[in-house]
Design a protein around this ligand. Structure first.
Ligand code: F6R
Length: 366
C-alpha cells in the first residue's frame, strides 16, 4: 500500500503533482478564466463584504494559513489575521457578524480548531472550512467549505495536505480578487494558467531528490538548523523547520530572514546549517544580503533557488533548484525540497518517519 515507496511520507510527497491536480480539477478552468468552487459560490458576498478574514488552524495547517494571508491581502485586498486556534479560543477574541473565519484542518478533527469554530459561530461569524477528510467533524460544523482532494494522508508529518490547502486558498483568493476587481484581467489569467502548471513544476522539483539526499548526508549530524525566508516564503521556512523537528528530532527554527539580525544571528557558526529560501522574487536582493551576513560568520548555507540562478549558487554551500513561478505561487514549489531534505535526514538517522514519537495524526484533545 506504500506503492513501492519505503514510507508513506515519501509516497505522499511524490503524490503531490497528482493531488494538486485533483484539488483544482473541475474547479479551475484556466482557458475560460473560470474558478468555480461549489462551497463558495453562494457565499461570495460574505467574503467581499467582510471587514476581515480570520484564519484559525494548528501546526502545518496554520502555516498554510500564513501563506494565505499573503495571497489574500496581496491579490484580494482583504485584511487577514492568522491565529493559532488554541490561542484564539481562549483569548476572549473580538469577533462579529462582519467577520469571516476560515478554519483549515487536514483531519477535520483537531480539538482546538473545532472549539475555535464553535466560538466564532456563537459570535455570529460566517465560518468556512478547508478540510481533507470528507465528512469530518470540522467539515460538518462549518457553514460551508471546500475539500482538498489530497486523498488519505497516513504519514503523521503533513505534506500533501499542506500543498493542497494552499491550492484551495489560492483559488479562493483569485476568485475573490476577480469579483472585487482588485486584480487586472491579465494578471488573473496569468495566475490561473500558472496554477495549472504547478503539478508539472512540483514534478520537476522532485527530480532533485538524489541531489537532496547528498545534502542530507552532509548535514544529518547537525544539532540545530535555522530556516529563513521572506514574504510568501516566510511560512515555508516555518514549515521546513517543523518538518525537520517532527521526523528527525533535530532542533530547527524558522524565521523571517530579516529578523535574523534581531537575535538568531548570534547562533550562527560553522556548526549551524542555515536553509535559506532565495528564489527570484521582490525580496531576492535582500535575501542575498542575508546570505552574505551568514557567510561572513562562517555559517553553512543550503539555498532553495530558482532554476538558473547564478548569484546565490556562488555563495551557498549547496543549492536546491525549483522551477520559476510567480511569487505568489512559489510556496507550492519551494516546500518540496524542504520536505525531501527532512525525509532523508530522518531516514538516515533511523527515525520512525511515518510515526514519530509523541505525535498523533489527529489531535483530538487540547
Ligand atoms: C505537522 C502536523 C501537525 C498538524 C496539526 C493540525 O506535520 O501534522 O502540525 O498539521 O496537528 O492538524 P489538522 O490539519 O488535522 O487540523
Amino acid at each position: 500500500e506504500k506503492g513501492g515507496f519505503d514510507h508513506f511520507m515519501l509516497k505522499e510527497i511524490y503524490e503531490q503533482p497528482s493531488v494538486i491536480k485533483d484539488t483544482y480539477r473541475g474547479r479551475l478552468l484556466a482557458n475560460k478564466g473560470i474558478i468555480k468552487l461549489g462551497g463558495l459560490e453562494d457565499y461570495i458576498e460574505k467574503f467581499t463584504n467582510a471587514d476581515r478574514i480570520i484564519i484559525v488552524a494548528c501546526g502545518t495547517s496554520w502555516h498554510a494559513g500564513l501563506v494565505a494571508e499573503y495571497i489574500f491581502e496581496d491579490l484580494a485586498r482583504i485584511p487577514v489575521e492568522v491565529e493559532y486556534a488554541s490561542e484564539f479560543r481562549y483569548r476572549n477574541p473580538i469577533i462579529t457578524e462582519k467577520d469571516v473565519v476560515i478554519a483549515i484542518s487536514q483531519s477535520g478533527e483537531t480539538a482546538d480548531t473545532l472549539a475555535a469554530i464553535k466560538l466564532a459561530k456563537e459570535k455570529g461569524a460566517f465560518v468556512y472550512g478547508i478540510c481533507n477528510v470528507v465528512g469530518s467533524t470540522i467539515s460538518r460544523e462549518t457553514h460551508s467549505g471546500t475539500y482538498t482532494h489530497a486523498g488519505p494522508e497516513i504519514g503523521v508529518a503533513s505534506t500533501k495536505a499542506f500543498t493542497t490547502q494552499i491550492t484551495v486558498l489560492t483559488m479562493i483568493a483569485l476568485k475573490l480578487a476577480k469579483v472585487k476587481g482588485t486584480i487586472s484581467h491579465s494578471d488573473y489569467m496569468l495566475h490561473l494558467r500558472e496554477l495549472e502548471t504547478i503539478p508539472a513544476k512540483v514534478e520537476e522539483a522532485l527530480q532533485s531528490d538524489a541531489h537532496i539526499k547528498v545534502i542530507a548526508e552532509e548535514f544529518k549530524n547537525a544539532r540545530n538548523f535555522l530556516y529563513l525566508g521572506r514574504g510568501y516564503n516566510f511560512p515555508v521556512a516555518l514549515e521546513g523547520a517543523l518538518k525537520l523537528k517532527e521526523i528527525s528530532y533535530i532542533h530547527a527554527e524558522g524565521y523571517p530572514a530579516a529578523e535574523m539580525k534581531h537575535g538568531p544571528i548570534a547562533l550562527i557558526d560553522e556548526e549551524m546549517p542555515v536553509v535559506v529560501i532565495a528564489v527570484n522574487s521582490n525580496h531576492y536582493e535582500k535575501v542575498v544580503s542575508n546570505i552574505q551576513e551568514i557567510k561572513s560568520r562562517a555559517g553553512r548555507i543550503i539555498a532553495v533557488v530558482t532554476e538558473g540562478d547564478t548569484l546565490v549558487k556562488e555563495m551557498a554551500d549547496y543549492i536546491m533548484e525549483v522551477p520559476h513561478t510567480p511569487e505568489s505561487l512559489t510556496p507550492l514549489v519551494t516546500t518540496i525540497p524542504l520536505q525531501l531534505l527532512s525525509y532523508h535526514i530522518a531516514v538516515m538517522l533511523n527515525r520512525n518517519v511515518d510515526q514519530p514519537r509523541n505525535l498523533a495524526k489527529s489531535v483530538t484533545v487540547e
